[in-house]
Design a protein around this ligand. Structure first.
Ligand code: ATR
Length: 263
């Protein structure tokens, strides 16, 4: 029997419990999976996580605003996967050899969703918009997918530049949002701009083959912009599903089959 949770603030609208119950049903396991509210401070977060695992918890998903706190906790008294270390954030907690273990499945979930939609990443020129945690977590998985180049564009250029410095590769470049290279094949929106009602200041002649928005569940001006230019587009629901499947596999050892999986 597996006992899992998602911890966040706010947490009431999280889709993770339904998602993981669908995985449990498909793989034939019994799972309890709670939504866990937590006050937004380190002491509360640490106490809730400790109590959860002391009480026999199998694993936890960590969402806004706790991913960096979970990272620090694992850094101090547990272990981190390479993905979590380079993301600077943890979205999945588990117990490994008796110790707290922090992973980050968000970026691999993104890449898995892109590949399952037939997007070619190998040798492709890819751009990602934004330089926050969402972008940082996607960099190693996109480099693993053997992209030709990965361009990080951000409103605050310095933050994009800082991200490129974390990685020892010449594939990473950066710029402002208005200065994107003109040979981009795949563009990914990892900004929170959709929440603000602003639109991105692209050059009107910008074209791509595929545009992906990490957000889902609301209209995306970013996707509409590229749809109007006949690009293929996708929202981020598949990223949610795929990051969840990776967490589920870490906790249970079971691989979810996502072909024809509807959520
Ligand atoms: P996350 O952890 O989800 O990536 P974040 O760290 O708050 O969230 O980062 C949000 C990103 O969206 C940032 O890159 C931010 O740009 P700045 O670094 O310049 O702040 C970007 N962003 C948010 N609102 C934006 C807007 N209205 N226009 C352009 N970029 C925006």
């Amino acid at each position: 029997r597996y006992h899992c949770m998602v911890i966040g603030n706010p947490i009431a609208h999280s889709k993770s419990p339904d998602l993981h119950q669908a995985f449990a049903k498909q793989t034939g396991i019994t799972l309890s999976y709670q939504r866990q509210y937590c006050p937004n401070d380190v002491d509360s977060f640490t106490a809730v996580i400790e109590a959860f695992f002391a009480g026999g918890g199998t694993g936890a998903n960590v969402t806004v605003p706790f991913k960096e706190m979970a990272f620090s906790l694992c850094q101090q008294r547990g272990e981190l996967s390479e993905y979590a270390r380079l993301a600077g954030a943890v979205n999945t907690l588990a117990i490994k050899a008796g110790k707290l273990y922090g992973d980050n499945t968000d970026g691999r979930g993104l890449v898995a969703d892109l590949l399952s939609q037939g997007v070619r990443l190998k040798d492709a020129n890819v751009a990602i918009l934004g330089a926050g945690g969402a972008t940082r977590g996607a960099i190693l998985p996109l480099l693993d997918a053997q992209v030709k180049s990965l361009h990080i564009a951000n409103r605050t250029v310095e933050k994009a530049e800082n991200l490129t410095r974390l990685f020892d590769t010449d594939k990473l470049t950066f710029s402002s949002l208005t200065d994107l290279p003109n040979d981009i094949e795949v563009i990914i929106n990892a900004t929170s701009i959709g929440l603000s009602g602003d639109t991105l200041p692209f050059a009107k002649d910008m074209t791509v083959d595929f545009a992906y928005d990490m957000m889902y569940g609301k209209p995306s001006a970013f996707l509409e912009f590229f749809k109007a230019k006949h690009a293929k587009t996708s929202d981020g629901l598949g990223m949610l599903v795929n990051q969840g499947a990776l967490s589920f596999a870490l906790w249970t050892g079971k691989q979810v089959d996502l072909t024809n999986f509807h959520f």
